[in-house]
Design a protein around this ligand. Structure first.
Ligand SMILES: Nc1ncnc2c1ncn2[C@@H]1O[C@H](COP(=O)(O)OP(=O)(O)OP(=O)(O)O)[C@@H](O)[C@H]1O
Ligand SMILES: [Mg+2]
Length: 349
């Protein structure tokens, strides 16, 4: 679909009375890419999406679709299509009529609308379901009808608001991958809202993490995971152990001291303002030994790995994930910790 357009926000805010739902947000979604808005409940994701769709008007700032300033345009003039969590299918119309509705309403002849609908239903894997009512379909199939209906008019941009939240885990993964495949096949521009970080990492070219109405960080999935810039990000994307303490150096090594225990981080650059580290549980190695400062409190077998909770002399437990076939360490044992060189992430906030 070569009509795919980019979208750009320049310091866009949306206020409801005193509530700043979106606060001076700037980002760009390049044409033909899938970008995810990710963040906790109430952080402003849906409002941002509705601002793109023209279902909300910006209180300040500018919104561009392609080169066009659409800030003052209404929803009907923006040529974007939105898929909701609830699917919003017409319950009394069969699958065919649901998908044909858009083309007919915008003036297509019946035969033409039918051809357009059949083509899109085939793309989403629903050939043969044309005569069914929405109530005669599974949740995943209803979601596909909603998808076919959203792409039938070949919009410049497709918006999804938590499209998978009504589906069970297995189906979520399937539909998620189907949306990504379709987006790449048709070269669509997609802005996708979710609060599931796994989903966001899996399907996105870029992830925009929001917190409290502002953008906390944006980047490629790999960047966000490897280089979180704040405690919030380190916690929100993947799992992290956060340890507060102080940095020092010894030769080429950076050392980190917390609760009287000094950890060797390898060659890690830190700033004078940094006051904690984030460590992914799978970058920690443990072995029986040490001086008793760190002990195994709990051990859980989760199939592909063992998860260890460790008692520490600083505030909070430490979570270590070891491959299922490592040498087992018993509960109550004192352990020595090794951190994969270069994998600790120094943070200032
Ligand atoms: N019409 C409205 N009037 C007043 N406040 C609103 C309105 N719509 C949203 N808000 C507020 O704006 C903030 C952002 O809401 P928004 O729906 O964008 O969050 P969200 O990130 O989509 O959350 P969720 O993950 O729960 O869907 C919230 O504090 C919400 O209460
Ligand atoms: Mg929402």
């Amino acid at each position: 679909m070569s009509r795919a357009a980019s979208v750009r926000f320049e310091k866009v805010s949306r206020l409801y009375g005193d509530v700043r739902a979106v606060n001076e947000v700037s980002f760009e979604v390049q044409a033909g890419t899938l970008v995810t808005l990710l963040g906790p409940s109430g952080c402003g994701k849906t409002t941002t999406l509705r601002l793109v769709a023209g279902l909300e008007q910006a209180s300040s700032g500018k919104i561009f679709i392609g080169d066009e300033d659409v800030t003052a345009l209404g929803a009907a003039e923006r040529d974007v299509s939105m898929v909701f969590q609830s699917y919003a299918l017409f319950p009394h119309m069969n699958v065919m009529d649901n998908v044909m509705y858009g083309p007919l309403a915008s003036g297509a002849k019946k035969a033409e609308a039918k051809e357009m609908a059949l083509e899109k239903l085939a793309l989403v894997g629903l050939k043969g379901f044309e005569g069914r009512l929405p109530s005669e379909l599974s949740g995943g199939q209803q979601q596909r009808v909603a998808l076919a209906r959203a792409i039938v008019l070949e919009p410049r941009m497709l918006l999804f608001d938590e499209p998978l939240s009504n589906l069970d885990a297995r189906l979520r993964r399937k539909v998620r991958d189907d949306i990504r495949d379709l987006q790449q096949l048709l070269g669509l521009t997609v802005l996708y809202v979710t609060h599931d970080q796994q989903e966001a990492l899996a399907v996105s070219d870029k992830v925009i993490v929001m917190d409290n109405a502002v953008i906390a960080q944006q980047g490629a999935p790999h960047d966000l995971y490897e280089r979180p810039q704040s405690r919030f990000l380190a916690d929100f994307i993947g799992e992290s152990n956060i340890i507060e303490g102080s940095f020092s150096t010894s030769g080429a090594d950076t050392l980190f001291t917390a609760g009287g225990v000094t950890l060797t981080l390898g060659s890690v650059a830190f700033k004078p303002t940094d006051k904690m580290i984030a460590i992914r549980p799978d970058r920690l190695k443990l072995s029986a030994g040490g001086d008793g400062a760190i002990k195994v409190r709990r051990r859980a077998y989760v199939g592909h790995a063992w998860e260890y909770s460790l008692d520490t002399p600083w505030k909070g437990e430490l979570l270590a994930i070891a491959p299922a076939r490592h040498e087992l360490v018993e509960v109550g044992t004192s352990v020595a910790l090794t951190i994969d060189a270069g994998s600790a992430i120094p943070l200032g906030r």
